[in-house]
Design a protein around this ligand. Structure first.
Ligand SMILES: [Zn+2]
Length: 639
């Protein structure tokens, strides 16, 4: 038995204060340590391949050069978009979470050198922004498009991460000096708002880390001032900036998806730290609407390339979908806060859908190429100015890659929480989890090959000496869950909140084995989603599947297949360019050629049977870069 003193102090993103109105609390210390499986593999790949790439690119693309120019004042040639500093901050945040997991001298060296550059570039009043300092443009002007507070927000998040997970006092000093300037410049005024949210959630996190109440007050002010025309027009209209309606009156997500979803993290953080149930309720309303009418099967958001924006309700075209990687990350961050605030498993369900699909597809198998745009269909002749259809190593607007890195580095923090006297497991993955329940350590080893396998073993390593609960999330798609305790079947029902809770006096060595139903299933769209009418998709567990030409039988064109109604079959495989996977063979029919685009006659029916072969969506575009589709025509009857 160990006591609470041995549980490390707070680390990880999103640490509600002891007074916050939350149902769940993140577990302390490192969160869960990922020990293997898909998420653990992604975390290793992120560290060994993706982060080194970011360090090279921050030099090659000019981000660090901009910072060096800023140290010597106005002059020189600034490179890239106005928010180049934010890529540095996101990378520093990723490094901080990595240092918390497993310190590396090389990463520590980069963080120390870059922090020294930031300290040198910071002005006496606390201001720091390489674009404004190199170009000499006035500070805090054109906030609708200058991204000054957006960059400040990412600086603050990086500093909070550094302070929570490693030696971060220097970076925290830079961030608090800038935050203090923001307080003196904006608190209690109508002095403007940033066109791109994130400073709201960042200021709440800085309040959590430092206890300085003004940071929370300023975050609340920024949330409450939105929607009153204080931002101005960046040229994309006020809906793009979520300035069309006060947050408390807004029923649905509109405009630039990343902006809208980052704002929601701030809204939720402000609501729980100020006990503002009415504000939280507006976030709940928009989340429900977003999931019901504006979210792709992959968890992606943003139906329009124009404005990288949410579309109308049910406007969810698979081919034109934008689904920016950053929007997936922002939605994941928002749902985590909603999960903490409410304790409802539906939020973890969406996080998992995003994680294994819309988010995971962003990164190539080698961890060195990334998608910015994540559609659900690509035709073989695809071309789009802002989306060549293949992953790339970096982007002129490189918001996504370092954003991916900071999330993957922090994934362990999203695995489990505590609530009351129970430990909750939200993401089943190979991990070691240590939470604090009733003032005592409650530790588990989770062993599983999820999501390839639906079985998981949770072994208790240490536990309180009184009865307490162990809760496992039962995803909405799992029709059947079997559970054993030390080999004996037990009857356990999941509650309305989506969790199956086992209460007992636990003993070290107790083993809970749970099996989720991963049988492949056909999924059909709501009839109001016109772009998908008459189609079906295949899912297996949390994974959405897709069809690429490379997997089909010789002579079979994906575009001439329709899925049939028979249950799909699965087989494990090792594919060149992809590695380990589970392939699905779906019963299908072949559709005959139909040359005229329009005709007086209904399309002819199928002329033969076929098999359509699917792979997980997140593994697409790792081979020949040809066509891909998630949704297929559906023909209920065989020929
Ligand atoms: Zn992005």
């Amino acid at each position: 038995v160990t006591n609470a003193d041995e549980v490390a102090s707070a680390s990880g993103p999103v640490r509600p204060t002891s007074g916050a109105s939350v149902v769940h609390r993140p577990i302390d210390g490192l969160g869960a340590r990922l020990t293997g499986g898909l998420l653990g593999d992604w975390q290793q790949r992120n560290r060994s391949a993706s982060i080194p790439l970011a360090l090279r690119q921050l030099e090659a693309a000019g981000n660090l050069a901009n910072l060096r120019l800023a140290i010597s004042g106005v002059g020189g040639t600034y490179r890239g978009p106005v928010f180049m500093d934010s890529d540095i901050y996101k990378t520093l945040e990723a490094i901080s979470w990595e240092q918390g997991r497993e310190p590396s001298e090389e990463l520590a060296e980069f963080a120390a050198q870059t922090t020294a550059l930031l300290r040198a570039a910071q002005l006496a009043d606390g201001y720091l922004n390489s674009y404004k300092q190199v170009t000499g443009n006035p500070h805090f002007e054109k906030l609708e498009s200058s991204h000054e507070l957006y960059c400040a927000g990412h600086l603050i998040q990086a500093a909070v991460a550094a302070d929570r997970s490693c030696e971060g006092a220097a970076l925290l000093g830079v961030a608090t000096r800038f935050a203090d300037l923001l307080v003196s410049r904006f608190l209690g005024t109508k002095g403007g708002l940033d066109g791109h949210p994130i400073v709201e959630t960042a200021l709440v996190e800085l309040y959590r880390q430092t206890g300085t109440a003004e940071y929370l007050q300023l975050a609340r002010q920024f949330v409450d001032q939105r929607g009153y025309g204080l931002i101005g027009d960046s040229g994309f209209g006020i809906r793009y900036l979520q300035d069309h309606l006060p947050v408390r009156d807004s029923p649905t997500e509109v405009g630039h998806a990343v902006r809208a979803l980052y704002l929601e993290s701030g809204v939720t953080d402000v609501a729980v730290e100020t006990g503002d149930a009415a504000l939280l309720a507006t976030s709940v309303t928009r989340w429900d609407d977003m999931v019901a009418t504006k979210t792709a099967l992959t968890g992606g958001n943003g139906s329009r390339h124009s404005g990288e924006a949410f579309g109308d309700g049910y406007e969810l075209p698979p081919d034109r979908a934008y689904n920016e990687t950053c929007a997936a990350i922002a939605s994941f961050h928002w749902s985590w806060r909603m999960l903490l605030a409410t304790g409802l498993g539906q939020y973890a369900d969406l996080m998992e859908r995003i994680l294994y699909n819309g988010f995971a597809a962003s990164t190539a198998t080698d961890g060195q190429r990334f998608f910015y745009v994540n559609p659900l269909q690509r035709r073989v002749d695809h071309f789009e100015d802002d989306d060549p259809g293949r992953r790339r190593e970096w982007f002129s607007c490189a918001c996504c890659p370092p954003n991916i890195m900071r999330l993957v580095s922090s994934l362990g923090h999203y695995v489990a929480t505590t609530s009351g006297d129970s430990l909750y497991v939200h993401l089943l993955t190979g991990s070691q989890i240590t939470g604090e329940v009733r003032g005592r350590k409650f530790s588990l080893d989770v062993s599983t090959d999820y999501p390839w396998s639906g079985s998981a073993e949770l072994t208790v390593r240490s536990c309180p000496e009184t009865e307490c609960g162990l809760a496992i999330r039962v995803p909405g798609w799992s029709r059947l869950v079997t559970v054993t305790l030390n080999g004996e079947p037990i009857t356990a029902h999941s509650g309305d909140d989506g969790y199956l809770v086992i209460r007992r006096q636990w003993r070290p060595g107790d083993v809970v084995a749970a099996t989720l139903d991963l049988r492949p299933r056909l999924t059909f769209p709501n009839r109001r989603i016109d772009a998908l009418r008459g189609t079906a998709a295949i899912e297996r567990g949390p994974l959405v599947y897709c069809f690429e030409p490379a997997d089909q039988a010789a002579g079979v064109d994906v575009e001439d297949l329709a899925l049939g109604s028979d249950a799909p079959a699965e087989r494990t495989a090792e594919l060149a360019g992809i590695g380990k996977t589970v392939i699905i063979d779906a019963q299908a029919v072949h559709l005959p050629a139909q040359d005229p685009p329009y005709s007086e006659n209904l399309a002819p029916g199928p002329d033969g049977s076929a098999t359509a072969v699917a792979i997980p969506y997140f593994q697409w575009d790792n081979r020949d870069g040809r066509a891909m589709r998630v949704w297929m025509p559906y023909e209920a009857t065989k020929p």
